[in-house]
Each structure stands twice: as structure tokens, then as C-alpha cells.
Design a protein around this ligand. Structure first.
Ligand code: ZN
Ligand code: ZN
Length: 694
């Protein structure tokens, strides 16, 4: 500072509104001061002032007017470039500094090394490390910490596919820096522990935490939040709770960084209820904490809680990020609340997030699962480079909704464009084959998966192939296929064959398969129901009754069939044999009108699935015994003509309702989408997307 004026100016610029009368209250006053400053100070002083104030553009401007900037100006500008995330600039300033013949001291390296890490400039980082050693600065604490931090960043994250070699190398170099440091502080230890933990060397990380205590250093919030993911990974909630206890005793539990790690750890250990409690105690949760909590709830199946946290986040005026949407969207998909999904979609468009691959992918998945396959496809088609997850979501969408040939052709495109379909993609394509009854294709994909892609079949793959064989009537081939599985078949794999036995009315095989199932799982609900139906269909009422008695004895209660429909933002649930809905009488009247028309069009009620003790003449009884009919009829009378009707059922749609719904779709001229436990049925103009194969 050359004059008292400039020091006054500097102090004013650093603190624009001091309590005295002498303050900078308006932009014009600031500009006046700036003009004064320009007259009274040298450009290098101005550069320093602006840099230290964080006015990076102004600092650069005055720096560029210096013919030969002094080292001090370089130092401040490099520092503030790095702290403003202008990493390339920081590095290029440093190179220019070296080219001017200056020798850096300990003040330079921490910033440049940080920028190197951010740019993932490994070669440059290593050569800087070389300079540090040559200049004898490797004994400097801050430079050493910065070196380790750089190696941990260069080794971690980035391209997950290429970890291995570079990662190992980084850890080795980091370890060397750490070992050779004459003095280490908490930051040195934390950096080292974080790097070691991230490379998966959990035991070593934990032993370093203990060592840190031995040398008399106190663990801080950062150390603890480095260690927590280890317990999250190993799902060790007890150890995680110990850390939580330590944090509480030392007053770190209100630290937001610590809080987020605790939320994550509990959610990973399937204790999202604890995550909620930890979160609610945080004084000022940041966006990361909110997002961790939303993801934690949704991943643990607490969909309603996840949605309510999301709403609270918006009320707190926190802007959602791409990760927020990809975390919350599965909740909409699971609850099949298309309305909410659409609202979120609107939000995504307004926020300009639709180009984010994770967001777009979660939208595709949500629309596909909610039954709106066309919108899913158009979002998919707009994506530049869909990732494996998106391809798979789209293929699965077609598999569940039909048309199956779209699923198969997308799978082939995926194999060409995206490289490697994974085991989930194979589940999707096999499901498509199964839902369309494509036996040869299913066999071919199953072989290709093992031979061309080296994927060992999982239970899901076996179950789908057994299902497709069985339903096509190839019962003995299905039996053989299951018997030869390389893993022990589960009750549910056998149960797919039992289902096929029912369709093809093979009582003998059904009894053999049922025996196998009850050996594996005596309380297998689905098989009991199937066996009772198989006996009923064969007219063997005695055995049917016996099965039902056995179920009662084993404490198995048949799940009551129920269907849901959302009308005017309200979910209406209909349970079989339940007449409690306030509109029940109107529904019955509407049904009678519909049934008359259906009969004129050629509908004949199929009573095969109905137990013998139900009186066929009791129309009302028959109607209310079928929850999906109640829901569909209610949908027709309570929505404007032309509205698509979307119904969800907790069991499979029965044969008779399937036929009836085809007639209804034609008579009322509406699309009716029914999601059952197995797939989606899109009824339109007298036909169903499943092609009557389900
Ligand atoms: Zn039905
Ligand atoms: Zn169908």
C-alpha cells in the first residue's frame, strides 16, 4: 500500500458496510471507490485486493494489464482461480509463472494440486509432485496434504470401469507421501483414511482411525463420515450406531456433513426410519442431506415417506437436483401414481433437467411402469445416448405391456449400439418372449446369454423360461428344464410349472409338482390356491375342499382380491365381495346396462374360475366378487367419455374379466389399462395388448 487512502479503500472494499458512517451502500459508490483505487494504487495491488475479495473477473482484468506480474499477484490469482473452480486457468497461470522463471514456494502447490485433481490431469499432477520433491517442499504439511488429496481424487470415482491399475497406483503414491511426512495433522489423517476407505481397504481404514487416536489426534466430523460408509457397505448397523454415539458425545451430530452420512448409513442398513429421525434433528440440512433421505426412503420401500420428504424439501425452498428426481421417480413407478409422475415431469421440463441421462432414464422407467408406454418411448427416443438401465427399462416396458416384437427389436438394437446387455436386460427380453408365447426365441436368448455373453443364469431367467415352456404346453420339457437347473430350484420356480399345469389341465403332473413345492416350502400360498383351483376345474370338489382346509390349518389366508383406480386425485379401492363403496348402487346399475350390450355383442360368461358354490344367477354377487369389474365400471361412470381408465389389481386378472373388459373397451370406446401382478393389459377396441396370452 502506497498511501493511507489505498489502505482505507482496501478495508472498505473488504468490509463494504462497516458500522460507521463511512460505508459503501450503493453500486455507484463502489464504482467511485474503484476509480479512486485505480488512480492511487498499482495494478498488482488491485489484483491482490480483487482476488482476496473473490472478485475474480476484476482481478483477471487488472492482472492482464500487468506487463510483468510479480509472484505475489500470481499467487493470489492462482488461489482464487482454484477456489472459484476455474481449474484450467489456475493451472495455466502456474505454467506461465514457471515459464517466467519464478520458483514456487509452499504457498503455490496446494491450489495447483487441487486444480490438477479436479481436471483429472494425472501426468501434470505427477510432475508437480516431482517439483515438490526437488524443491524440498515435501516436508511441508499443507503441500503434503494437498498431494494426498490429489492422489485420492485421481484414484477414486471417475470412470468406474477403469479403476484397478490407476487406482492402486494412486493409493501407493499417496501412502508414500503420508509415510514420509514429518508432521501430520487431522487433515493428513482424514485424507489418508478417506482414500484407503474409498479403495475398499476397510480394515486398514478402521485401523488407521484407531492409530489416529493413539497418536493423540481427535477424530472430527469428517473422519467419522469417512468411516460411516464402511459400515453402510457392510450393513453393520451396530458399528454405525457406535460412531453415531461418538458423534453425539462430541457434538458432531448436528454437523450437516455428518448428518448426511448417518442418513445414508442407516438407509443402507435398511433402517430408513432412523434416517428420518437423524435428519429431523439436523438444524440446517443441505441439499445433499435432503437427497440422501429421499433416496433412502424410496430404496427401502417407504414410498409415501419419500414423497412427503420431497414435498417438504420443496416447501423449504430447496431446489431439487437431477439426483432428486431419479431418486423420487421410482416411488411414483411403484405406487403407479401417474398423476404425480406427470407433475414431476413438468417440474423437470421447467427446471431444464430433461437432458440428464439419469433423470430421463427414471422418467422412461416411471412411464413404462405406470402403463404409459408411448410417452416412455418418446422420451427414450429423444435421449442422445441412453444407458444400459434406460434400454432395459424400455425393453421391460414392452415386455410388460406388449407389443413383444418391439421388445425384441429394441434388444437387438441395444446389443448393436450399446454393446453388452446385462443379466437384467436378458430378464426383460425373456419376459417379453414369455408374455408373447415365443418359445423358440426364449430358448435362443437363454442360450445366447450363456454362450455369447458369459452370463450365468439367475433364478429369474430359469423361472421365465420354465414359464414360457409350460404355458406353451411343453410341460415335460419345462419339468426337465427345471430339474436340470445348475442351482436348486425354489418353490416359486416350480410354481410357474404348476400354473402351466392348471392352464393345460394336467392334474397328474400338478400333483407331482405340488409335492415338490410343499417339500421346499410347506406354506407356499400361491401353490395352495393353484391346487385348489386345479381340483375345482377337474370337478374334484373333495380334494379342492381338502386343500382349502389344509390352508386354514397352516394359517394361510387367501389374499382378498382388490383393485384400485384413481379418479379426481383420489384413490378408490375395491375389495372382492365388498359392497361398501358409496357408489355401489350406481355401479350395479351401470354394470347391468353394460352387460346387456355385451351379451348382444356375443359375450358369454366364463365360469371356469368360479368356485362351484357361487350361484351363477346372482349377477350382483358375481359382479362384486370381481374387484376389477367394480373398479372399471366405477371408472366409466365417474370420468368424462374418452378418458383412459387405469386399474391396478393385486392378483392376476381372471379369464372372464379379461373377456368382459375387451367387450367393454369396444362398447364405451375407451382405452382400459389393467395392471395385474404379472403384466399390463391395454384393452382397446375389443382387443388386448397381451393377445390373450398371459
Ligand atoms: Zn374377474
Ligand atoms: Zn390382456
Amino acid at each position: 500500500m502506497r498511501t493511507p487512502t489505498s489502505s482505507l479503500l482496501k478495508s472498505l472494499l473488504q468490509n463494504p458496510s462497516p458500522p460507521s458512517s463511512c460505508s459503501v451502500e450503493t453500486p455507484s459508490r463502489a464504482h467511485q471507490l474503484h476509480a479512486h483505487l485505480l488512480k492511487s494504487s498499482s495494478p498488482s495491488v488491485i489484483t491482490s485486493i480483487y482476488s482476496s475479495l473473490g472478485l475474480i473477473d476484476e482481478a483477471l482484468l487488472s492482472f492482464s494489464s500487468l506487463p510483468s506480474p510479480p509472484p505475489q499477484s500470481y499467487k493470489t490469482l492462482i488461489r482464487s482461480s482454484t477456489s472459484h473452480g476455474l481449474h484450467a486457468q489456475s493451472v495455466s497461470l502456474f505454467i506461465r509463472f514457471r515459464a517466467s522463471g519464478f520458483v514456487p514456494n509452499h504457498n503455490f502447490f496446494p491450489s495447483v494440486l487441487k486444480s490438477c485433481a479436479a481436471l483429472r490431469a494425472r501426468k501434470l499432477g505427477e510432475s508437480l509432485h516431482g517439483s515438490v520433491v526437488v524443491l524440498g517442499l515435501d516436508s511441508d504439511l499443507y503441500t503434503g496434504n494437498a498431494l494426498m488429496n490429489m492422489y485420492s481424487k485421481l484414484g477414486g470415482s471417475g470412470d468406474a470401469h477403469k479403476l484397478s491399475d490407476e487406482f492402486d497406483d494412486s493409493i501407493v503414491r499417496m501412502r508414500k507421501v503420508f509415510d514420509e511426512m514429518p508432521v501430520r495433522d487431522v487433515v493428513s489423517w482424514n485424507t489418508m483414511i478417506a482414500g484407503v476407505a474409498e479403495s475398499g481397504l476397510y480394515e486398514e481404514a478402521l485401523s488407521m482411525v484407531r492409530e489416529m487416536g493413539f497418536v493423540g489426534l481427535k477424530l472430527n466430523a469428517f473422519t467419522l463420515s469417512t468411516v460411516l460408509p464402511i459400515f453402510a457397505e457392510s450393513v453393520d448397523v451396530c458399528k454405525g450406531m457406535e460412531i453415531h454415539g461418538y458423534a453425539m458425545r462430541n457434538g458432531f451430530d448436528s454437523d450437516v456433513f455428518m448428518g448426511s452420512s448417518l442418513v445414508d448409513m442407516y438407509a443402507n442398513c435398511t433402517r430408513a426410519d432412523y434416517s428420518l429421525r437423524v435428519f429431523d434433528l439436523l438444524p440446517n440440512p443441505d441439499a445433499i442431506a435432503w437427497n440422501s433421505l429421499i433416496a433412502g426412503c424410496v430404496q427401502n420401500g417407504m414410498f409415501d415417506e419419500g414423497l412427503s420428504v420431497f414435498r417438504r424439501m420443496l416447501l423449504n425452498e430447496l431446489k431439487p437436483m437431477p439426483v432428486t428426481f431419479s431418486s423420487i421417480m421410482p416411488a411414483c413407478a411403484h405406487l403407479t401414481t401417474l398423476r404425480l409422475g406427470k407433475q414431476l415431469h413438468g417440474y423437470i421440463i421447467r427446471g431444464g433437467f430433461e437432458d440428464n441421462v439419469f433423470v430421463a432414464s427414471s422418467l422412461v422407467d416411471m412411464y413404462a411402469k405406470c402403463g404409459n408406454i408411448c410417452v416412455a418411448r418418446s422420451i427414450f427416443d429423444d435421449m442422445h445416448v441412453p444407458d444400459t438401465v434406460t434400454w432395459t427399462a424400455m425393453i421391460m416396458g414392452y415386455a410388460l405391456h406388449g407389443p413383444a416384437d418391439e421388445a425384441l427389436s429394441l434388444f437387438e438394437r441395444m446389443a448393436l449400439e450399446n454393446g453388452k446387455p446385462n443379466y437384467v436386460a436378458f430378464i426383460a427380453v425373456l419376459t417379453a418372449c414369455s408374455h408373447a408365447g415365443l418359445v423358440d426365441e426364449a430358448r435362443a436368448y437363454f442360450d445366447r446369454m450363456r454362450k455369447d455373453y458369459g452370463i450365468t443364469p439367475h433364478l429369474e431367467h430359469y423361472a421365465v423360461v420354465a414359464d414360457v415352456l409350460g404355458r406353451a404346453g411343453k410341460l415335460s420339457e419345462a419339468y426337465e428344464f427345471i430339474s436340470k437347473m445348475h442351482i436348486k430350484p425354489t418353490a416359486s420356480v416350480w410354481c410357474t410349472l404348476l400354473g402351466a399345469c392348471r392352464i393345460h389341465k394336467n392334474l397328474e403332473l400338478a400333483e407331482e409338482v405340488a409335492e415338490k413345492i410343499f417339500e421346499l416350502d410347506p406354506k407356499h400360498m400361491g401353490s395352495h390356491v393353484l391346487m385348489s383351483n386345479i381340483y375345482s376345474a377337474a370337478g374334484n370338489w373333495k380334494e379342492a375342499a381338502k386343500t382349502r382346509v389344509a390352508m386354514k390349518r397352516k394359517g394361510l389366508e387367501k389374499q382378498p382380491a382388490s383393485s384400485w383406480i384413481e379418479v379426481k386425485n383420489k384413490v378408490h379401492a375395491f375389495v372382492a365381495h365388498d359392497k361398501s363403496h358409496p357408489c355401489f348402487d350406481q355401479i350395479c346399475q351401470a354394470w347391468e346396462v353394460l352387460e346387456e350390450q355385451m351379451k348382444r355383442e356375443g359375450y358369454v360368461a366364463n365360469t371356469e374360475d368360479v368356485l362351484h358354490d357361487i350361484d351363477e344367477e346372482h349377477k350382483r354377487e358375481l359382479l362384486c366378487g370381481h374387484s376389477e369389474r367394480l373398479a372399471i365400471t366405477f371408472g366409466i361412470i365417474s370420468t368424462p367419455p374418452g378418458t383412459t381408465i387405469r386399474v391396478t389389481k393385486n392378483l392376476r386378472v381372471c379369464v372372464d374379466c379379461h373377456t368382459a373388459t375387451k367387450f367393454i373397451s369396444k362398447i364405451v370406446g375407451r382405452e382400459i389399462v389393467v395392471r395385474d401382478t404379472n403384466r399390463f393389459h391395454h384393452f382397446r377396441d375389443g382387443k388386448c395388448s397381451c393377445g390373450d396370452y398371459w
